[in-house]
Design a binder for this molecule. Structure first.
Ligand code: HEM
Length: 376
């Protein structure tokens, strides 16, 4: 049951991420000027007398019904997700911890519950601080972290005995240099994608998406206008709305060019990881390399099209969702790399029962409590 609830939460978090992007793209981030209600109501005001009352309360923010609904649908979905995560955590606390993996799952679920609370606070500040870019960026990253933690939780819940038994193998194989290198590359690939998503969120929250209608140049220039300092400077908060952005043209150009440069670095680092991964003996190397490289290329193509076609809604939404999937695929890659290792020669006979001479170049994996060997 906990597994099914986690599957549901994974599907829902993806929907919530998409709804969050839609809310921003439809300029509905301030569709309800208060939080958690909407103009003081549980649902957006629909009746003329309610609308009148709402506009009396918030005279500077007239009710735009579709924007208010967009914002509230995002909040309802996020609220349901929060409740689901609390229910999963509660169930895990009540479960008899037969394995250390279940204890790890409980820790992850607890962290997830805390992230959900912080995320709700960021959702509130997004509205009350009137789309101040640092908060909007952190709110997007919070959604991504929720997604990533749910993937980790699902992995831990899959077959607790696998990870427990691999832990033993991990300690035995601690010195394996190629495995260590692969692990470092996997972590670097994940980190660079996270930073690139941060730059992407910074681009959208500063409304720098329309700053460069050409590619690969920006406003027919390469780096002449670019100022890294301006791109990374945090706009001061002064109680005025940041809807449609308030940074100057040079800053917007700098932000988008930085995001584009980030894509080149991401391509290189994730590419190096995938090449090394393909050369490893990992049983899932082909699937992971195929999924991750497809998502990476798709993401870059979507980014370019989003910029040159001046932010069509569907492409901008897909650019957000594929970013989450890319992050998710790299989390999965990291989990698989961390939990499956090549067994040293001396231990192969012991584990597989196959004579040493027949096990050279084999990779061991444990499935359903059985040891499975793969040829490299
Ligand atoms: C691995 C590569 C990339 C990743 C992970 C990535 C990720 C992101 C993310 C997460 C956002 C924020 C979306 C949102 O708030 O809804 C974004 C925005 C954006 N990205 Fe990328 N991006 C990548 C490559 C590119 C490239 C190559 C370009 C263009 C040449 C590009 C252009 C844009 C633009 C224009 C926006 C602003 C969209 C908006 O305002 O809605 N991206 N990116």
């Amino acid at each position: 049951m906990t597994k099914q609830l986690t599957n549901l939460a994974l599907a829902l978090v993806f929907v919530v991420i998409g709804l969050g992007a839609l809310t921003r793209l439809l300029d509905a981030g301030l569709g309800c000027p208060d939080w958690p209600g909407c103009y003081g109501f549980l649902t957006p005001p629909n009746q003329p007398e309610h609308i009148e009352l709402a506009e009396e309360l918030y005279p500077n923010t007239p009710v735009v019904r579709h924007q208010a609904w967009m914002e509230m649908v995002h909040r309802y979905a996020a609220g349901t997700l929060g409740l689901l995560i609390f229910a999963i955590t509660l169930r895990l606390y009540r479960t008899n911890k037969k394995s250390s993996t279940l204890s790890q799952a409980t820790v992850i679920a607890t962290v997830l519950s805390m992230v959900v609370i912080v995320q709700a606070a960021f959702g509130m500040w997004t509205v009350t601080l009137k789309l101040w870019p640092p908060i909007v960026t952190l709110h997007l990253l919070g959604g991504l972290i929720t997604f990533g933690l749910l993937i980790v939780l699902r992995f831990l819940l899959q077959q607790p005995e696998i990870t427990d038994r691999n832990q033993i193998t991990k300690e035995r194989n601690h010195g394996s240099p190629s495995h260590q290198t692969l692990k470092r590359l996997a972590v670097s690939a994940l980190l660079v994608v996270f930073l690139q998503i941060t730059l992407g969120a910074w681009t959208s929250s500063n409304y720098a998406g329309l700053a460069c209608p050409d590619f690969p140049t920006c406003q027919n220039q390469w780096f002449e206008q670019v100022s890294i300092q301006k791109a990374l400077s945090i706009p001061s908060y002064d109680n005025l709305s940041f809807l449609h952005g308030r940074t100057d043209a040079q800053t917007r150009v700098s932000i988008q060019v930085l995001h584009r440069l980030g894509a080149v670095i991401t391509l290189i680092i994730v590419g190096v990881f995938l090449i090394q991964f393909l050369r490893s003996q990992h049983p899932y190397r082909k699937q992971i390399a195929l999924v991750t490289s497809t998502l990476l290329v798709l993401q870059i193509v979507l980014g370019i099209l989003t910029a040159v076609l001046l932010l069509p809604l569907t492409l901008a939404l897909l650019h957000n969702l594929v970013a989450a999937l890319l992050f998710g695929s790299l989390i999965t890659a990291n989990l698989l790399v961390a939990h499956s290792q090549t067994v040293p020669l001396v231990e192969r006979t012991e584990l597989t029962g196959i004579p040493e001479t027949h096990t050279v170049g084999m990779t061991k994996e444990i499935q359903d409590g059985n040891i499975i060997t793969h040829n490299s």
